[in-house]
Design a protein. Structure first.
Length: 226
């Protein structure tokens, strides 16, 4: 799980230690030494995650977190020498996703970064799920469910359904849907679209003979009810 990690740390030894361990994990690492430089780096080249020290010159880590949360949902692992519960809660209230106190184990830092990246990637994958009522189409995992049950689709069926689910309520002509099938069916015609629709209805409709989701718009094509 390689990522681009920004380390904002004004202690050169701590910054170098973090950089070495994170690069050993396969991450690309950029190090900055103050809060203003951290914000400028995020705005010019957004990282996948930031390791943020609280005690920094120019703009401290708490203010960086406060400003960042107005602009971004970037995952933040906060580092601090402060150990009181109030300090911990303040950092989390300002939007830090995780918190480590100094001195810390660089191996634990690398493990916390792995966990945060895994959590973030999972959440982003979930965000890409197309939901049309109780019909869910997941382009990342290539999965479909209807009324809570998994639905197995051929590649052609999946990409036709994905196109419809991305714009529920829109009427697609057969020609428009054919363009979504090129590359997924070796030979496609307007009849191919009709066959896919018929098969999808068997799989996603409560009663395929009386569809309520995948509708025919006579003389034009098909739409997915919104």
């Amino acid at each position: 799980m390689c990522a681009y990690v920004l380390v904002a740390e004004d202690d050169p030894k701590q910054a170098e230690l973090a950089r070495r361990y994170l690069e050993h994990e396969g991450h690309a690492v950029v190090v900055v030494a103050d809060g203003r430089a951290a914000l400028e780096q995020i705005r010019s080249d957004p990282p996948d995650l930031m390791v943020l020290d609280v005690m920094m010159p120019r703009v401290d880590g708490l203010d960086v977190c406060r400003i960042l949360r107005r602009e971004s949902d970037l995952p933040v692992l906060m580092l601090t020498a402060r150990t009181t519960e109030d300090d911990l809660l303040l950092g989390l209230d300002l939007g830090a996703d995780d918190y480590m106190t100094k001195p810390y184990s660089p191996r634990e830092l690398a493990a916390r970064v792995r966990t945060l990246l895994r959590r973030t990637q999972s959440a982003r994958a979930e965000d890409h799920v197309l939901r049309v009522g109780a019909l869910h189409v997941d382009p990342v995992r290539h999965e479909v469910s209807a009324d809570g049950r998994p639905v197995t689709c051929t590649p052609g069926e999946f990409h036709l359904l994905e196109a419809l689910a991305a714009e529920p309520g829109r009427v697609f002509t057969r020609d428009q849907l054919l363009r979504h099938l090129h590359g997924f069916d070796s030979y496609v015609t307007a009849r191919t679209v009709d066959v896919h629709v018929m098969n999808l209805r068997r799989k996603i409709e409560p009663d395929p003979q009386h569809p309520v989701r995948l509708m025919t718009v006579y003389g034009i094509g098909y739409k997915l009810n919104d």
